[in-house]
Write a protein that binds this ligand. Structure first.
Ligand SMILES: Cc1cc2nc3c(=O)[nH]c(=O)nc-3n(C[C@H](O)[C@H](O)[C@H](O)COP(=O)(O)O)c2cc1C
Length: 347
């Protein structure tokens, strides 16, 4: 698949998720073969003001390629300057967030609020298009609410502005993550645009991804929550699509993935912040495993590398390999629920 001049090795992407898709998590997800990954959403004005914390979100590694940098903001000129900065800092692709429903973002006119302001959305996309020759995408929702579903209009505007692909999470902003995403809208958008359309929403297992491709005709599939504690889902989607079947990692393999992820987090954030921030991943990684509840209690007290290492060792030494009937992460039917629109915030 190509997005603008960027050739991608496949069309299964990791979704941007604030607070989750940092460099350590992306590195783990990349090891399962995803074709493209995105930073968490990055404040355009934070980049322009030179905020150190904002710049940290642009951190990447040679393994972490190709990388889409997702910008959010509401001022075209600021976002144009931010786009240049992101390009100078090594972005392979730029994406504009028009889907974040979180109040503190939407109330500033950024994120999903732009779905309600097509003129401003167009001005932003034009400004970025003029500022950078990098491949440019926009990530949209179905619309602001059920009375204002305008994804097709925004998608067409994006195409006219020279955007290279549209990514759609077809829920309205006021739905947050409730209900089901409306894949019919992905199909309609695909039918209306010449540029590639990428679908995002409710892909929890390899069969879902195959079904999204089949039912919508989309050019790419983006996976978000399904990868939490389950980054091998991406590899399983790719193998399912190529007809080679899926496999659930053994306990030893799981333990190795978790340890690698933890080490990457400690390298990136330092021991204290890295281990504390890693607790949520531990909860996700063990969600469907035997003894997970007990481990999750212990995980709440993990505060440094040694205690994390020991807790993992104790846990994995005492649990049994799931039976073949196991239907944990990676197989349809099990997933992490993140509800509510305060679950992702600005960066
Ligand atoms: C915790 C969390 C954080 C998210 N952060 C972002 C973000 O920063 N930018 C964005 O465009 N979408 C964000 N999303 C939306 C996802 O990219 C994706 O479109 C959505 O979760 C639907 O896909 P899924 O069902 O595969 O999770 C976030 C979702 C979650 C659950």
């Amino acid at each position: 698949m190509n997005i603008g001049c960027l050739h991608l090795k496949n069309n299964v992407f990791l979704a941007p998720m604030a607070g989750i898709t940092d460099l350590p998590f992306r590195t783990v997800a990349r090891s399962f073969g995803c074709g493209l990954a995105f930073t968490e959403m990055v404040s355009g004005s934070g980049l322009v003001r030179g905020m150190e914390k904002t710049f940290r979100y642009l951190a990447a590694s040679p393994e972490d390629r190709p990388l889409g940098v997702q910008l959010f903001g509401c001022d075209p000129e600021t976002l144009a300057v931010a786009a240049r900065i992101a390009a100078e800092r090594g972005a392979d692709l730029l994406d504009v967030n028009m889907g974040c429903p979180v109040k503190k973002v939407a109330k500033t006119g950024s994120g999903a609020s732009l779905m309600r302001d097509p003129e401003r959305a167009a001005a932003i996309l034009w400004a970025i298009r003029k500022a950078s020759t990098l491949p440019l995408t926009v990530k949209i929702r179905a619309g602001w609410n059920a009375r204002q579903v305008n994804a097709i209009e925004i998608g067409q505007i994006a195409q006219e502005c020279g955007v290279d692909a549209v990514i759609i999470h077809p829920r309205t902003a006021d739905q947050g993550f409730g209900g089901r995403s409306d894949w019919g809208l992905i199909a309609t958008l695909k039918g209306r645009l010449r540029i590639p359309v990428v679908g995002s929403g409710d892909v929890r297992c390899p069969e879902d991804a195959a079904r999204m491709f089949r039912e919508t005709g989309c050019d790419g599939v983006m996976v978000g929550r399904g990868t939490l504690g389950n980054p091998w889902l991406i590899g399983n989607i790719l193998s399912h699509l190529s007809g080679t079947g899926i496999s659930v990692p053994s306990l030893a393999e799981r333990e190795e993935i978790i340890r690698r992820h933890l080490m990457l987090a400690i390298d990136f954030y330092g021991e204290k912040v890295g281990t504390r921030d890693f607790r949520k991943h531990l909860l996700w990684y063990t969600k469907d495993l035997k003894g997970g509840a007990q481990f999750r209690q212990a995980a709440g007290c993990i505060s440094d590398r040694d205690s994390a290492w020991k807790a993992l060792q104790d846990y994995f030494r005492h649990i049994e390999e799931p039976s073949t009937a196991f239907s944990g992460p990676g197989v349809c039917g099990s997933s992490v629920e993140i509800e509510g629109d305060d679950s992702w915030g600005p960066t």
